[in-house]
Design a protein around this ligand. Structure first.
Ligand code: SAM
Length: 321
């Protein structure tokens, strides 16, 4: 596919993609597939609840066209690619290469199982960095959580490969599960230190994520005490910062950066939401926690994409407020 050059817009021409609550979109989060080699006990599948027989995958042309229009018309130059497992898509390098001219930052969120073998090709295509999901360093717990066998060493090897290739900073996404991995924060911080030594700098950030059980009420029993975690981190931190993005807190503890993602009942999280999702079948998704207000994008036609992006803005409202 021919690579397109970004179109120059005069400063001041650019409209912001703004919703009725004054929230501007700053990034697009594409779920490119529903396929995944793991089957995590808690997975929300990015809010996609379609059964397997309805799974479809957005074409590279459409994904790139949405990214291009959002960049050229609304100045959105940050892309996160997720899934399912994005590395299951063979055409991922093609998609990244096609988006590259329009973006400042392209990252993927991956389970890391296929990262070791894919990383070099992704760097070549223009990927900037990766987030890797890693809830535990204990093999038996990993197998219980992911309902898979023998994958943990591959994930660790994938993280090391990503460090060596400079796909950094790498965030380690750790969904905290009561009674399973909520005692492992210190071990994970030790692992981050090993990674930082390997990368000769602060190349890895630990990101504990609060479990969202809304799609699966039996998961409530695994909800860890996030407020307690935050208080503990705060008491140990030499420095605390608040990110603009969803007002996330960052703690710096003995040289390790820990960024906490705490969405549930968090009005600040919603009030500061600046991302628009795109589902694997090419629909704009205004909120992770809702699937009754999706906006389909049915062609690569620029006027159509513009119209659908503006329409999705009208449907955006904070879930917790
Ligand atoms: N397969 C990729 C991976 O494992 O990173 C990308 C898709 S996964 C749905 C994206 C992120 O969502 C992961 O970091 C995962 O930990 C997080 N996630 C999935 N279900 C969740 C839930 N119920 N609560 C909180 N985070 C969740």
């Amino acid at each position: 596919m021919a690579t397109q050059e970004p179109r120059e817009l005069a400063t001041g021409d650019q409209e912001r993609l703004l919703d009725d609550y004054g929230r501007a979109i700053r990034s697009l989060r594409f779920a490119l597939t529903d396929r995944c080699p793991l089957n995590c006990i808690y997975c929300h599948r990015e809010g996609d609840r379609r059964p397997k027989q309805e799974w479809e995958e957005i074409s590279p042309e459409l994904a790139i066209a949405i990214a291009r229009v959002a960049s050229e018309h609304f100045g959105i130059r940050k892309i996160k690619i997720t899934g399912g497992e994005p590395l299951m898509r063979r055409d991922l390098p093609e998609i990244i290469r096609g988006m590259r001219p329009f973006e400042d930052d392209i990252s993927i969120t991956t389970n890391g199982v296929l990262l070791q073998e894919c990383a070099a090709e992704l760097v070549d295509a223009g990927l900037d960095r990766v987030n890797v999901s890693l809830d535990t360093l204990q093999e038996d717990r990993y197998e219980f959580i992911t309902r898979s066998k023998h994958n943990l060493p591959r994930v660790i090897a994938g993280i090391y490969r990503a460090i060596d290739l400079g796909l950094t900073p790498i965030k380690l996404n750790m969904v905290l599960l009561k009674g399973i991995n909520d005692s492992e924060i210190a071990d994970m911080m030790r692992f981050v230190r090993v990674c930082n030594e390997r990368g000769r700098g602060n190349v890895v950030i630990l990101q504990p994520i609060e479990l969202i059980p809304s799609f699966n009420p039996p998961l409530e029993r695994y909800k860890a005490d996030f407020r307690r975690l935050e208080n503990e981190l705060k008491s140990k931190a030499s420095e605390t910062r608040t990110r603009r993005m969803q007002r996330r807190k960052k703690y710096f503890i003995d040289g390790v950066e820990v960024e906490v993602v705490h969405p549930i009942d968090n009005t600040e999280f919603c009030a500061n939401c600046s991302r628009l999702r795109v589902t694997s079948d090419g629909k704009l998704k205004p909120c992770l926690l809702r699937d009754d207000n999706l906006v389909p994008v049915e062609s690569t036609d620029e006027a159509h994409i513009l119209n659908q992006l503006r329409l999705a803005m009208r449907y955006r409202e904070p879930y917790f407020r």
